[in-house]
Design a protein. Sequence first.
Length: 147
Amino acid sequence: MSYRLPNSFSSHQQVEALLMSTQQLKTTDYTTPQNWPENVQEFAQVNTLREMTPAINTKLVSFLKSVLVSSPQLSLVMASMPTGDEITELTGWFRSHVHPQAVLHIAQNSDLIAGCILRTDSSVYDLSLRTSLFDNSHKLAERLQHA
């Protein structure tokens, strides 16, 4: 079975916490989802897991370890920190358009004015208004002189 992360689990730390919760599940709790930690319950709901068995637990642990090691880690620097719902929405977009298991690190830099800077392992994409204004300041000055 192929699993997918809930979009509310956007960060590396959240995936690590899910991994730890999954590893710490006791076999006596396998048949009672209400006894599972909240993050395991949320993961189970998204993946329609109604029960936990040693085999499922082993597969889930393996899946989460592979996410932590091999999934794209994206760093997103924004002018202001998004809300929890906005982070969930951003995560959903990246998982739909970039990689289904993308993991985000989101930070704030108020110098950006608006927009964002996206860093991957090998590239930096500056999509900020600040950079756009600086890059086009000569055009703006030229047009203002001719106005």
